[in-house]
Structures are given as structure tokens and as C-alpha cells.
Design a binder for this molecule. Sequence first.
Ligand SMILES: [Zn+2]
Length: 373
Amino acid sequence: MDFILRHANLPDGRSNIDIGILGDRIVALEQGLAATGATEMDALGRLVSPPFVDAHFHLDAALSLGLPRINRSGTLLEGISLWSELKPQLTTDAVIKRALAYCDMAVAQGLLAIRSHVDVCDDRLLAVEALLEVKRKVASYLDLQLVAFPQDGLFRSPNAEHSRHIETLAAETYRLGLQGRVAGSHLTSMHSMDNYYVSKLLPLIAEAEIAAIANPLINITLQGRHDSYPKRRGLTRVPELIAAGVTVAFGHDCVMDPWYSFGSADMLEVAHVGLHIAQMTSREALQSCYDAVTVRPARILGLEHYGIEPGCYADLVLLQASDPFEAIRLKATRLLVMRRGKIVAQTSEKWTALNVPGRPERVELNFVPGSIQ
Ligand SMILES: [Zn+2]
């Protein structure tokens, strides 16, 4: 075998697993694998995960923060008008360079598949051309899917508070036989809808097999701005959608752009914020939040041979954490990122040299629950 990663914990709870890799595929997955690898590495009981996947992002705007000026109010509306100011000034070269810089960050964070919405409200289609070039450039190390996105809207609604687009989308999906091929993003209005209406809407979405993508970082910061108290959170009804059988993912949406000044291609941060807003703190719900940035968006993107199983692509991330709970808690360091059997990123372990009397010289933030009694 080309590579064996020994003593790995997997996201589903299996532990002490050896992962054998030949060429671009995982070919063996068992405890105490007898084979030897040309290269071997010991995961030391740490978590080995399939790569993170972002099902909702805007790569044409990423890393443009401050161009042509900062969003002073921090609101959605100023963000949209800022983007309109920036659009005529965009150059293909700069969009490509910023997008590639973001993809570098993504690889470092073990984020190896991104679906980007590309603004098509521009007669030049400059962002489309630029991101098609980026898609070609990154193809060997990152799956980039591009979706046409009319930022300025095809149909304008005079009052977004009464938005019922998801019902229309579900009905049309069903009518056209597109079940399993449609995703609805944000769905923030569902947060504020009448509960009885939602009780009818959820089964309709599930029946149309529409996936839902919530964007916790952006939804919590941009929604409910006109509210006094109590202030709505603006995140769609994530646990209820999941309970109804809908495939729900968390997306990053924005990083350092006119709408959102933060972010670092870290899907664990996205899961961390998502579980706080949606109060998904049961053990089952925590696992579900991890799935919302890995297997579920992979399903939405239709990624083939994704997962830590024999026959899957050797695409994986070794984290400085023992399980998904600790990975989310620490937004754990990605020690190693592999794509198609090749190591594409490595980060040193994170620890701190401590200089206090009578205490260890080295401290890590990892902690085994119950280890001090
Ligand atoms: Zn978006």
C-alpha cells in the first residue's frame, strides 16, 4: 500500500482503525491492518474525517473586504449597495487572485469542496468568466461547483417579510419531477412564519426532497436588524427540518466581503456557531451539526466516492481532536489534509509552552472528559 494511517477515530464513533490507501483510493479500513505501507503515519487516536464541504458560498466576493469601502452599518442592505458599487470596478485578474487565495485557505482548513453562487447580474459576466478559470485551476485539489445567482433578483418582492418562495420552490420541484436535485438556501423567513403554516410546509419540502442550507454566521448577524426586543435569530428551523427528514447543511456563505467581515474557511466554526443558535447541544444533535458540514453537503453537491470507506477517494482530514465534539469545541487544528492520496496541507500541532510554577511546561486545549476525578 502507498500510505497507511493507523489508530484513527472516525466521526461515526469507530476507533483504533487503520486506513490503507493505494493510489487515489481508500482500499482497506480495519483494526490492526496486517499490510505495510510505503509511508505510515500514526493518528494516535485522533479523528480522521472526510473533508469539509461548503454548500453555499460567494467566491466572487470573498476577501474583497474594504473595497471600495467598508460596510459602515454592517447591514445586509448596505452590503448589497456596496457590492453594486464594487461590481463595475472588478477586474477578472483580481477576482481570480482573491478566489485562489480563498481556495488556499480552504485547503489548509480541510475544506475540499465548495459550491459558489456567482453573481450573473452583470452584462460582462466577469465573475462567471473569472470563476470558471478558478474552477479549472483548482480542479486537482478542490471541487468547485458554480451556480448562477441573480444578486439583484429576477422578481422583486415589495415585502420580503411575507416571503413564500420555498413553498413555490417545493411545488415546482414536485411538478417538474426534480426531487432530490433542488436546494433552498437561507430560508430565514421560515424562522418567523406562522407555526401552523410551517407544520404543513415542512412535509412539503421533505416530499419534494429539497435540501436546506442554513448559513448561521451570516443569518445571525444580518437578520432581525429591524427588530426591537425580543430579537429574532433569523436562522431557519434547523432541528425541525432535520426531524422532518430534510437534508440540512450549514454553509459559510461569506468571508471578508461586503456582507460579513469575518471568517477563515473554517467549517468547524460554522458548525460551532450553528449549534449555538439552533441550541443543538444534545449528543445526537452535535453529531448532526458535524454531519451538516461534511456528509450532508457532500450529498447535496452530489460528490461521488466521498467518505472514509473502502472504495472512496483518499480525501481526508486528520484533526487535533479525538471526536467530532472536541473538533467542534476547539475548531481543531487540521494536522494533515489529503486529496486523492496526496498530502495537500499540513499544520503543526497546537500547544502552548507554559511558564508557571509547579505546572506542566506544555499545555494543550484538548481534554478528555472525566480524566481528572
Ligand atoms: Zn448567500
